[in-house]
Design a protein around this ligand. Structure first.
Ligand SMILES: Cc1cc2nc3c(=O)[nH]c(=O)nc-3n(C[C@H](O)[C@H](O)[C@H](O)COP(=O)(O)OP(=O)(O)OC[C@H]3O[C@@H](n4cnc5c(N)ncnc54)[C@H](O)[C@@H]3O)c2cc1C
Ligand code: FES
Length: 270
């Protein structure tokens, strides 16, 4: 996993879509970023709308899909920045974007079985991985959990990718009733999933979910990669605001520079 060169571009906003009550996707055009980006890398947006005062700090989002000279990102409206971003994608012509940033997933493994586990909007970076593996000789399994049925989106895309899809909801409104870890254990018990040592595993979601799932993966003598969404200030390795403790006790990694993807057994979750 290594840091890549990045570009600052004014990317044309091609389209946007309201995916759920709080989640939007946006497609922008940048040949430079689309051709350089690898699965798991992220963009940093200077959120700017003629209708609002611009937040000082950029906001980071995963690249979720690439199509020729365009790429997609998906954002959940959680605060002021993403509220303004929602207005910007509707009213502006371009977005100022720094990308591709971060290391991206380690995709060097020859293991054919890929197991991707997403919690909520953690599906965004995993979507780029689904796209990548769909062009390789791999068998991809995706487990995706959400609070309820109304939080799912892009299901047609995943169904079209010829992968094994398992869905969980906390309230049981669709799929398995429970969280992704309970679903994972249940499908291993039911022999619908193999021994975890047979998979190349990727987990993205809220920290408690990644901590719980990667703890279980390690108990099963396997390992997984996680993509951290630690709040960032500079996003460029300067402010030290995104530090995460190394597992070996030897200091800290910077999520923006050394990550956002790590093998879970190399970090302490915050
Ligand atoms: C590498 C990386 C990739 C990311 N990819 C995506 C993505 O693809 N889609 C997506 O929707 N979000 C993603 N995020 C999270 C996203 O950057 C934040 O949700 C966003 O910056 C919040 O901005 P805001 O101004 O709306 O919220 P703020 O006003 O800054 O915060 C609102 C609330 O959200 C919380 N919050 C802020 N930032 C984060 C964060 N990083 N993680 C968890 N809680 C946070 C705050 O504590 C607060 O409670 C990613 C973050 C990182 C670091
Ligand atoms: S966000 Fe400033 S060092 Fe990572």
């Amino acid at each position: 996993m290594k840091e890549a060169d990045y570009f600052e571009v004014k990317a044309e906003i091609v389209s946007y879509k309201k995916e759920t009550s709080k989640i939007y996707s946006c497609i922008v055009r940048s040949e430079q970023i689309s051709s350089a980006a690898k699965p798991g890398q992220f963009i940093n947006i200077q959120i700017c709308s003629a209708l609002e005062k611009t937040p000082v700090l950029r906001r980071p989002f995963a690249i979720s899909h690439i199509d020729k000279d365009c790429f997609e990102f998906i954002f959940d409206i959680v605060g002021r920045g993403t509220e303004i971003l929602k207005k910007a994608v509707k009213t502006e012509k371009t977005l100022n974007i720094l990308a591709p940033l971060g290391n991206g997933f380690d995709i060097s493994s020859n293991v054919k079985e890929k197991l991707l586990i997403a919690g909520g909007v953690g599906i965004a970076p995993l979507k780029s991985l689904v796209q990548y593996f769909s062009n390789k000789d791999c068998n991809t399994t995706l487990i995706w959990g959400n609070r309820s049925k109304t939080h799912f989106f892009n299901l047609d895309f995943f169904i079209d990718q010829n992968l094994k899809l398992f869905i969980a909801t906390d309230d049981g409104s669709t799929g398995f009733e429970g969280n992704v870890l309970q679903l994972l254990k249940s499908e291993i018990n039911n022999k619908n999933l193999k021994d975890l040592k047979k998979y190349d595993i990727f987990v993205v979601g809220p920290d408690p979910m990644m901590k719980a799932v990667s703890g279980y993966v390690q108990e099963m003598n396997s390992r997984c990669q996680v993509s951290l969404e630690t709040p960032m200030a500079c996003g460029m390795g300067v402010c030290q605001g995104c530090a995460v403790k190394k597992k070996n006790g030897d200091g800290y990694y910077l999520v923006c520079k050394d990550g956002p993807v790590f093998y879970s057994d190399t970090i302490c979750f915050n």
